[in-house]
Design a protein around this ligand. Structure first.
Ligand code: URP
Ligand code: ZN
Ligand code: ZN
Length: 459
């Protein structure tokens, strides 16, 4: 069935206009005023609403064996939560660990999503070691439509790569035109500081941040940038959390390094005092890089407004209360991660746009368009144009509500953002022309999501 969205204000990067959007066979075929609705067209009245391109979350974990447990969502639960929150595409980190075979890992991650996700999806392929078969395996994965890699400088002996492996990955990425995303913390320093703090009897969640201080992240970011500089590869720092690391990335950019920056929802809205809350409340707010001192948030918002932070993701990584309690005797055993896939768009709109921190244009760019451009999805995704997929978010700026685990759809028993007010939410969300969400409810087709094949573009 065709779809016509009438009378909304269409917002894309660089343009705002009152118009109708018509979608046929999954694709936008016309945009204009007073478009006709042929028979058998589903018509949605968007009067008084904003119409955004479907939002893209460039950093999520759905299937994740990590820290002796598994993240809680499936692609079914995670994608429904994503859609209710306005995210129509996510890019999942495919994370086999150092002992796993990369190609088998890639097939496993794909099998978890296939036929399960209600929204479209893609992967960043983690390179967690570099051995003799790695190059040919990565070439196969890129040829399969996954031209973005992920490396971890943290998580020693599990996901983490050493400098030699980072060099080999970046050198190959440059030849293949692949962008490399990176978790930038110095693994050795984290291990030493954890040991030292535990030896001093400092075992609560409040010691997680001191075990991975800002300088440890700034060092990782600076080192990644130096390796980019010397290989010519294009890089993307994930979940950058603090001003010191930001400075390292921006200094590199200023000297011509091809480096892009993502920050994630928790780092804009939560600070380290959340992880200092007693008991399990603190544990719920343990992630890496950790929540930081509050002053960092101003630096992140300002850089986001200026466009020097490119994207806002979530690093959605749901572990429930029982799993968080695995770390009750030592912060090093608290599974790292905070869920947020459902909350990103609403909270970014509320605190960013309504809060006067970022323009509406930058909001669309950071939450959709820039990720589409960096990761080979544009203009299929990330904009509203003839020929683009019919992924649309009819957004009601007058909705008022608040975030709560009682009403969210993520498979998790708490929210890191519990009680935060929201001003605006998606009222209709479509994926390739099919209505998947109405007024906070999933009304669509489970398993509709498709894997998005992409081409390398960072030569
Ligand atoms: O704490 C986090 N960020 N958990 C997920 C794994 C990662 O580092 O992205
Ligand atoms: Zn990470
Ligand atoms: Zn992550």
């Amino acid at each position: 069935m065709a779809l016509l969205i009438r009378n909304g204000e269409i917002v894309t990067v660089g343009s705002r206009a009152q118009a109708d959007v018509y979608v046929e066979n999954e694709t936008i075929t016309s945009i204009g005023r007073n478009l006709e609705a042929p028979p058998d067209t589903e018509v949605i009245d968007a009067t008084g609403k904003l119409v955004f391109p479907g939002f893209i979350d460039p950093h999520v974990h759905i299937y994740l064996p990590f820290m002796a447990t598994f993240a809680k969502d499936t692609h079914e639960t995670g994608s429904i939560a994503a859609l209710i929150g306005g995210t129509t595409t996510y890019i999942e980190m495919c994370c086999p660990n150092r002992n796993d075979d990369a190609l088998e890992g890639y097939q496993l991650w794909k099998s978890k999503a296939e036929g399960q996700s209600a929204c479209d999806y893609a992967f960043h392929m983690s390179v967690t070691k570099f051995v003799k078969e790695t190059e040919s395996q990565l070439r196969q994965i890129v040829a399969d439509g996954t031209p973005s890699f992920k490396i971890f400088l943290a998580y020693k002996n599990f996901f983490g790569v050493d400098d030699g492996e980072m060099y080999q990955t970046l050198e190959l990425a440059k030849r293949l035109g692949v962008i490399v995303t990176a978790h930038c913390e110095n693994a050795e320093l984290v291990a030493r500081l954890q040991e030292k703090l535990l030896a001093e009897g400092k075992a609560g969640p409040e010691w997680h941040e001191p075990s991975r201080p800002e300088s440890v992240e700034a060092e990782g970011t600076g080192r990644f940038a130096t390796f980019l500089e010397n290989t010519g590869a294009t890089g993307y720092v994930v979940h950058l959390s603090c001003e010191k690391a930001l400075r390292a990335a921006l200094e590199a950019k200023a000297r011509g390094v091809n480096i892009h920056v993502e920050s994630v929802l928790p780092h804009f809205l939560l600070d380290k005092s959340y992880a200092e809350r007693p008991g399990v409340e603190g544990m719920k707010h343990v992630m890496s890089p950790p929540l930081r001192a509050k002053h960092n948030q101003d630096a992140l918002w300002n850089a986001l407004a200026a466009g020097s932070i490119d994207t806002v993701g979530t690093d959605h990584c749901p572990f429930d209360t029982e799993q968080k309690l695995m770390g009750k005797d030592s912060f090093v055993n608290i599974p790292n991660g905070i869920p947020g896939i459902e909350d990103r768009v609403n909270l970014l709109y509320t605190h960013g746009v309504k809060g006067g921190r970022i323009s509406l244009d930058r909001f669309v760019d950071a939450a959709s368009t820039r990720a589409a451009k960096l990761f080979g999805l544009y203009p299929r995704k990330g904009t509203i144009a003839v020929g683009s997929d019919g992924d649309l978010v009819v957004f009601d700026p007058n909705h008022r509500g608040f975030v709560s685990a009682k009403s969210h759809h993520m498979n998790n028993d708490y929210s890191g953002f519990e009680g935060m007010p929201i001003e605006g939410r998606p009222s209709v969300v479509t994926v390739r022309g099919k209505v998947q969400v109405r007024e906070g409810k999933f009304v669509g087709e489970r398993g509709r999501g498709k894997i998005l094949k992409r081409e390398p573009s960072h030569f």
